[in-house]
Design a protein around this ligand. Structure first.
Ligand SMILES: Cc1cc2nc3c(=O)[nH]c(=O)nc-3n(C[C@H](O)[C@H](O)[C@H](O)COP(=O)(O)OP(=O)(O)OC[C@H]3O[C@@H](n4cnc5c(N)ncnc54)[C@H](O)[C@@H]3O)c2cc1C
Length: 779
C-alpha cells in the first residue's frame, strides 16, 4: 500500500489575493499541471486543495505505469510521463518509489496477439521500446505465470510501478521548487467571473483572483464544474484490487517481478512488497455517487465486494497459479473518475473564457505528466505541441449530458481491457462480427460504391458541422482566420485553417450566401473545438452560431445525380447554369435548402442541406425520383473508400494539428496574397522544406487492409505511419494514406506496410488513382 504523507506547509502561508492561474485540486493531475506551469515560466500559479494533497483517488491507486494506449499521441505522453519521474524526484527530493521493472501484455487468443502486433507496429514508428518475447521467456521473467495459456507476449521495458502518494507530493514539491505555491485545507467553495474574464475563487482562507482557473477536481470534478455553471460528463467508478501476504515465490525470485496485463483474463498485476497486487475491471461496472460526490468524503475506501470480481480472480489464479494459495492481506475498493470514452477531458471549455479542465483522467500515473505538459503548453503558448484531440474536452458537445456521461463512462470502465476492433461501432446492437480482417460489411460497401460510381447514391450528412457567420465584418474575419480564399457570393471554396504555429486546425468548405453571410461546413466531431476557436477572437458586430444541429441534409453523388436533382427542383441545374463549386439557396424536393455543387466521392455531386423537419420529405422525394435511375443509399464506409481513390484526407486521420499545410498538401488551397493566422510559419515550412509528406499508396495485400497507425518501413526501417486506409472497391486495390519521411515520398517508391505483424509491399502513387484530373466531379 502506498504511504500517506503529511503536508508540512499546512497553515504556514497566507493565501495571496491574486495569481495568474488557480489550479483547483491537489491530486496527481493538479500537481503535475502546477509543476509544468511553473517550470515553463508561469510561476505565479497557485494550487488549492480542500484537504491534504492526494485526498481523492490518487492516494489509493495501484501505481501501475505503462505506455500502451488506444491513441498514439496519448502513448507518447504516457512515455513522457514515465520519463519525467526521475526529474521530479531529483528536483523535489521526494521519492516517487519508481520500480521500472518492465511490463508485459500477454495474449491468450489469436485476436489479442493480432492486437499486440498492431501495438508493436505503432511503437516502431514512435520509437518506443517494445518487443515480442515468447511465453517461455515471460515465465523466466515472471515465475508466477503459467506460460501454457499464452500465444505471445509483448514486452515494454518502460513499464513498472510507483508510489502514488509520493509521486503526487513530488510533483507538488517540484512545482514549489520552480516558484509555484500550493495551499492545503483551502478548498474552492465558490467561483465567479468578473467582466474582465478573471475569476474570483472563494476559499476558507479568503478569496483569490486569477486570470485562469483549472478544474482538476478528480472525484469532485463535477462539483467543481457546477461552481462555474457547467456539467461535466464524467463519473467516478468503483474499482478493486487486492494485495497478497508475502509469497515464497516472490521472495525467492530475488529480483522485482514485472508489471503485467492479461487482457483476456481482464487482470493487471505487479509486485507489492514481498507479495503481489492484482486488479481487475468487472464486466458490470459500479458507478459511484451518480448524484454527486459528497464533500466530506476524505481519505476513505469503499467496502470491498469480492463477489463482484470472483469470476475474474478465478481466471487470474489459473494464469498465476501460485496466487491461488496466497493469503490476502488487503482488498482495496476505491473510486476513480472516468470520461465517456475512457480518455481524459482537458483544455479550455468551449463557450467559456479562461476556464480550463483536466478531468476524467483515469490513469493519472501513466498520463498525469503528459496532461500537465499539454495543458501548460496550451495555456502558455496558445496551443499544445502535439495533437491532443483524443483528450480535448471539445470532442463532447451538448449531447454529453450527465446521464449520458455516467452511462458511457460505465461502458468504458467495462471495456477497459476489452478488444475494440478497427471497424467496430459501439454500442451494442450491430450484427457484424468484428474482426481485424475484412468483415461482412465488405460486400455491402462494394455494392453501394458501384451505385455511386455508375448511377447515383445518397448519404445523410447531418453529421457535418455548419458554422454560420453574418455581418459586415464577416469577410475580413474569415480572411484572417482561414488560410484559403473566401469566395464571392454564390460560390464555394475549400480552405485550411491554421494555428499561429502553422499547424492544421481545420479543413473547411466556405459558402458565401451573400456578401455578409457565410456558412462554413466542416468536421462534425470538431464542431465544439471550432466554435471555441471562432469565438476566441470574434470581433463585435459579427454574429456567429454553431448551426450544426439546425441543418441536416443529404449528399447526392454519381453520374446521374444531376438528372435526379433536376427532377425535384424548378431551378436550372444544368452544367452551365449550376457549376462546380456553386452554392444556392432554393427549393429541392419541395423543401427550402442550401445546395452546394460539390462532392467528397469524386463524382458529380450535390450537398443538399435542409432544416431537420424537412429531411424526411427531401429523402422521400429523392427516393421516388431516383428509383428508375438506380438510386441507392450509401454509408460512411463507402464514402471513406471512394475518397481514398481520390487521395483525399479526412479530419482526425490525415488532417490534424500534428501536421502543417505543406506536409499535408493543403497548401495548394492557400491564398498567399493575404495575411492570415499561421502565414509566417507556413511560409517558413514552404521555403525550408518539410521532413515528412502525406502520400497515398496501393498495397499488395492478400485480403487484408490497414486500419490506421501501422508502421511504414523502407528496407526494414520505420519511415512513417499509416494515417488511414482500406479497400478501394472501384479500383479493386488495398490502399492507404500516411505520412512518410520526405526522401521516401516520391511517386513510384516501394515501401512496406506492416499489417498484423507482416510486411506488405506498397507503392507510392503520383496522384488520384481514380479520375486524376477531376473530370467527373466538374462535369
Ligand atoms: C483502486 C484504484 C487503482 C488505480 N490504479 C491505477 C494505476 O495502477 N495506474 C494509474 O495510472 N492510475 C490508477 N488509478 C487511477 C488514478 O488514481 C487516477 O487516475 C488519479 O488519481 C486521478 O487524479 P486526479 O488528480 O485527477 O484526481 P484526484 O486524485 O481525485 O484528486 C482530486 C483532488 O482535488 C481535490 N479537490 C476536489 N474539490 C476541490 C475543491 N473544491 N477545492 C480544492 N480541492 C479540491 C480533492 O481533495 C483531491 O485531492 C487507480 C485508481 C483506483 C481507485
Amino acid at each position: 500500500m502506498p504511504t500517506i504523507q503529511i503536508d508540512a506547509t499546512k497553515g504556514a502561508k497566507k493565501l495571496p489575493t491574486h495569481a495568474k492561474v488557480v489550479v483547483v485540486g491537489g491530486g496527481v493531475v493538479g500537481c503535475s499541471i502546477l509543476f509544468h506551469l511553473a517550470k515553463f515560466g508561469w510561476k505565479d500559479s497557485v494550487l488549492l486543495e480542500r484537504d491534504e494533497l492526494t485526498s481523492g483517488s490518487s492516494w489509493h491507486a495501484a501505481g501501475g505505469i505503462h505506455t500502451i494506449s488506444s491513441d498514439p499521441n496519448i502513448s507518447r505522453l504516457q512515455s513522457y510521463t514515465i520519463n519525467l519521474y526521475k526529474e521530479i524526484e531529483e528536483l523535489s527530493g521526494q521519492s516517487v518509489g519508481l520500480h521500472q521493472t518492465g511490463g508485459f501484455y500477454a495474449a491468450s487468443t489469436k485476436e489479442w496477439y493480432d492486437y499486440l502486433k498492431g501495438e508493436r507496429s505503432k511503437a516502431r514508428y514512435m520509437r518506443l521500446d517494445q518487443e515480442f518475447i515468447s511465453p517461455k521467456e515471460l515465465a523466466e521473467r515472471h515465475p508466477l505465470i503459467d506460460p501454457d495459456h499464452y500465444h505471445a507476449v509483448l514486452w515494454d521495458a518502460q513499464d513498472g510501478h510507483l508510489d502514488p502518494s509520493g509521486t503526487t507530493y513530488a510533483f507538488a514539491k517540484a512545482a514549489r521548487a520552480h516558484g509555484a505555491q500550493y495551499f492545503t485545507h483551502c478548498g474552492a467553495t465558490a467561483m465567479t467571473q468578473r467582466p474582465d474574464g478573471s475569476w474570483d475563487i472563494v476559499t476558507p482562507k479568503g478569496s483569490i483572483n486569477a486570470e485562469h482557473v483549472v478544474n482538476c477536481g478528480g472525484l469532485w470534478a463535477r462539483e467543481v464544474g457546477h461552481m462555474a455553471g457547467i456539467n461535466l460528463p464524467v463519473q467516478p467508478m468503483e474499482h478493486h484490487y487486492l494485495i497478497t501476504e508475502p509469497m515464497d515465490e516472490v521472495v525467492n525470485f530475488g529480483q522485482q517481478l514485472p508489471h503485467g496485463i492479461d487482457f483476456e483474463a481482464n487482470v493487471y498485476c505487479r509486485q507489492e512488497g514481498q507479495g503481489m497486487l492484482l486488479g481487475t475491471y468487472e464486466a458490470k461496472a459500479t458507478p459511484w455517487k451518480v448524484g454527486g460526490t459528497p464533500w466530506d468524503f476524505g481519505h476513505e475506501l469503499l467496502p470491498p465486494d469480492l463477489d463482484r470480481v470472483a469470476d475474474r480472480l478465478e481466471t487470474a489464479f489459473e494464469r498465476l497459479p501460485a496466487m491461488a494459495n496466497a493469503g490476502i492481506k488487503d482488498v482495496i475498493n476505491g473510486p476513480f473518475t472516468f470520461g465517456p470514452d475512457g480518455n481524459p477531458l482537458i483544455g479550455p471549455v468551449p463557450g467559456m473564457h479562461n476556464y480550463w479542465v483536466a478531468v476524467g483522467v483515469m490513469a493519472g500515473f501513466c498520463q498525469g505528466g503528459g496532461v500537465g505538459l499539454t495543458l501548460a503548453e496550451w495555456m502558455i503558448n496558445g496551443e499544445p505541441s502535439i495533437d491532443v484531440w483524443a483528450m480535448d474536452v471539445a470532442r463532447f458537445g451538448e449531447f454529453a449530458t450527465p446521464d449520458w456521461g455516467s452511462l458511457k463512462s460505465s461502458e468504458n470502465y467495462e471495456r477497459r481491457f476489452v478488444m475494440t476492433f478497427p471497424n467496430e461501432t459501439l454500442p451494442k446492437g450491430r450484427h457484424e462480427v468484428p474482426t481485424f480482417e475484412r468483415n461482412r460489411s465488405h460486400d455491402y460497401v462494394g455494392r453501394e460504391i458501384k451505385a455511386v460510381r455508375e448511377a447515383v447514391g445518397g448519404i445523410e450528412i447531418a453529421n457535418f458541422a455548419k458554422h454560420e457567420f453574418k455581418g459586415a465584418g464577416a469577410r475580413d474575419f474569415l480572411n484572417h482566420i482561414l488560410a484559403g480564399y473566401v469566395p464571392k457570393p454564390g460560390r464555394l471554396t475549400l480552405t485550411p485553417m491554421l494555428t499561429p504555429k502553422g499547424k492544421l486546425y481545420g479543413d473547411l468548405t466556405v459558402a458565401c450566401l451573400a456578401e455578409d453571410h457565410f456558412m462554413l461546413f466542416g468536421s462534425g466531431v470538431m464542431q465544439e473545438a471550432h466554435r471555441r476557436w471562432f469565438e476566441k477572437d470574434l470581433p463585435t458586430g459579427i454574429a456567429y452560431v454553431n448551426a450544426s444541429d439546425d441543418w441536416h441534409g443529404i449528399a447526392l453523388s454519381g453520374p446521374k445525380s444531376r438528372e435526379l436533382v433536376a427532377r425535384i427542383t424548378r431551378d436550372d441545374v444544368s452544367a452551365e447554369a449550376f457549376k462546380f463549386r456553386d452554392v444556392r439557396q432554393t427549393f429541392v424536393g419541395g423543401v427550402p435548402v442550401i445546395i452546394n455543387r460539390i462532392s467528397f466521392s469524386g463524382e458529380l455531386g450535390y450537398e443538399i442541406y435542409c432544416k431537420p423537419q424537412y429531411l424526411m420529405r427531401l429523402a422521400d422525394a429523392i427516393e421516388e425520383a431516383g428509383a428508375d435511375l438506380g438510386f441507392r443509399w450509401y454509408g460512411a464506409r463507402a464514402l471513406l473508400s471512394m475518397r481514398l481513390e481520390k487521395g483525399w484526407g479526412v479530419w482526425t486521420m490525415e488532417y490534424r494539428p500534428d501536421f502543417n499545410a505543406v506536409e499535408s498538401g493543403m497548401d495548394v488551397f492557400i491564398n498567399w496574397k493575404k495575411d492570415f493566422i499561421g502565414k509566417e510559419a507556413t511560409l517558413t515550412a514552404r521555403n525550408e522544406g518539410v521532413s515528412q509528406k502525406l502520400l497515398t499508396m496501393v498495397i499488395d495485400t492478400d485480403g487484408i487492409d490497414v486500419a490506421h497507425d501501422e508502421a511504414i518501413l523502407k528496407d526494414g526501417t520505420p519511415v512513417g505511419y499509416v494515417s488511414s486506409g482500406g479497400y478501394a472497391h472501384h479500383v479493386g486495390q488495398s490502399m492507404a494514406m500516411g505520412y512518410v519521411a520526405t526522401e521516401f515520398a516520391a511517386p513510384g517508391t516501394t515501401l512496406q506496410v506492416e499489417i498484423l505483424g507482416r510486411l506488405y509491399d506498397a507503392e507510392v502513387l503520383s496522384g488520384p488513382i481514380y479520375d486524376a484530373n477531376g473530370v467527373y466531379m466538374r462535369s
